[in-house]
Design a protein around this ligand. Structure first.
Ligand code: GLN
Length: 465
């Protein structure tokens, strides 16, 4: 059931099925790291009694928060993230700390320390990551709302693979206080729902200035759910040509074409834009250098000294070495090596600063085009969710560099971006992504609503039991 359907039930009963279901699906999906027991408290508010899952990098006071890493295996925060307070004040009831790639560094959810999270549409396939547990719990109907985080596309890619709506709002729209950081200049709180109306309502609750997060914005939060309509007459929509040209899957291409025809018939003005190819090839390397450098700095506090898992040694240095050596998987350590390398003084100019300059060029390229338009649109991925044991992608071909990395533009420029279901193939869903101008979440939901009407793919869930 979606949020508005649950709201029709008695407040005391709205979360009942959810507490059961997150546990029942665990054997099939492995989507939760910690189950939250019902505290029995039900508050009034926009989400009164509504069950919600929280990605396990969101601090919950008194409730284990591991970020799917051994190094935080026994970490119990002493404070709540701001969004946890906001959700609780709005009446939400927490049911699960959901699985994720270790420390949110990944795009598969295969790197969680509890093992991979599996796709409700086909448990032989991945959910995508890093917010895979949250996506899976919404997709299987266990919760109508789950919170994630998005540094490169970690909400929007799993949304595509799991057939749900995934939102990453503007940088600064939602407070990040209490979220275990990954790369601070790119990190956003995001979330999953099964439809656009629920997505609009959720942002009303989550968004707003927070003095505990100096990057949060003071721009007032509109009543997104009241403003919601599907009137796109005269809206200017830019088709992201570089992505379309690099996609090989005919079913995805034809579903996208049909959607564009539908948007046109609703009165939208469609234009195709081509961005500089050299910049588009740089999306992934630019992201990888910046994200890993920031992650290396952010995670230097995970050393077993102040909090988290500690492995003893004869000196403080040995404690740190032992803790970090055994606490992180080799996947994370590889990223720290890359991050440290670009942070070395002698490498900073040719790596980190250069990546920052390229990021600027990419942002300018996109922002210039969006100046006279409302939205940039493209399929969210070039494929359905890959099989769990498929080899990792050849990261140097165009399909990977452009198609599988284009959504990072939303993180580079802090733009609101959302993935919605676009079609199905071999019983698996695939999604479409829209990216709008900064703080135009209202416009993003309007276009999202129109897409939902055209595709007819609303409130998709996949029963796994
Ligand atoms: N897949 C990207 C990475 O590996 C994005 C992760 C994210 O958005 N948290 O870093």
């Amino acid at each position: 059931m979606n949020i508005s359907e649950l709201m029709r039930l008695d407040i005391a009963k709205r979360a009942d099925a959810s507490f059961k279901k997150v546990k029942e699906v665990q054997a099939i999906l492995n989507a939760s790291i910690t189950f939250i027991e019902d505290d029995g408290v039900r508050r009034d508010g926009k989400l009164a009694g509504i069950p919600v899952a929280l990605k396990d990098n969101i601090s919950t006071k008194g409730i284990r928060t591991t970020a799917a890493s051994n190094i935080l295996d026994d970490y119990i925060p002493i404070y709540d993230a701001t969004i946890v307070k906001k959700l609780a004040d709005a009446g939400a009831v927490f049911v699960s700390k959901s699985s994720m790639d270790e420390l949110a560094m990944g795009g598969t959810n295969r790197t969680a320390n509890i093992g991979p999270c599996l796709n409700p549409y086909d448990p032989k396939r991945i959910t995508g990551g890093s917010s895979g547990g949250s996506a899976a719990l919404v997709a299987c109907g266990a919760v109508p709302l789950a919170i994630g985080s998005d540094t490169g596309d970690s909400v929007r890619k799993p949304a595509s693979y799991c057939g749900v709506v995934g939102v990453k709002p503007s940088y600064g729209r939602i407070s990040r206080y209490g979220i275990i950081p990954y790369a601070s200049s790119l990190d956003h709180v995001g979330y999953f729902t099964t439809n656009v109306a629920d997505a609009a309502l959720a942002l009303e609750v989550l968004a707003g200035r927070d003095d505990l997060d100096m990057t949060s914005s003071s721009i007032p939060v509109p009543q997104y759910s009241k403003l919601l309509n599907a009137d796109i007459e005269g809206k200017r929509i830019l088709i992201f040509d570089n992505v379309l040209k690099a996609i090989k899957d005919d079913d995805i291409l034809s579903a996208f074409e049909k959607l564009i025809a539908g948007l046109k018939s609703k009165g939208a003005i469609i234009e195709t834009v081509h961005f500089r190819d050299d910049l588009m090839k740089c999306l992934f390397p630019t992201y990888f250098i910046i994200a890993n450098a920031e992650a290396t700095a952010n995670h230097s506090n995970l050393d077993g000294i102040r909090f988290g898992h500690r492995i003893d040694g004869d000196s403080m240095e040995e404690v740190m070495i032992n803790t970090r050596t055994r606490g992180f998987s080799s996947f994370i350590k590889k990223r720290f090596v890359i991050g440290s390398y670009s942070l070395f003084e002698e490498n900073q100019d040719r790596l980190l600063r250069k990546a920052q300059k390229v990021r600027r060029l990419i942002c300018d390229e996109v922002l210039n085009k969006l100046k006279t338009a409302d939205v940039l649109i493209a399929p969210a991925s070039g494929s359905i969710a890959p099989l769990i044991d498929s080899p990792s992608t050849d990261e140097l071909n165009d399909e990977y560099l452009v198609v599988e990395n284009h959504m990072v533009i939303g993180n580079f420029a802090g733009l609101p971006s959302m993935t919605l279901p676009l079609g199905q193939k071999e019983g698996m869903p695939f999604g479409v992504n829209i990216t709008c101008n900064a703080f135009d979440e209202t416009g993003m939901f309007t276009i999202g609503k129109a897409i939902e009407e055209i595709s007819g793919l609303k409130d998709l869930t996949k029963e796994v039991l």
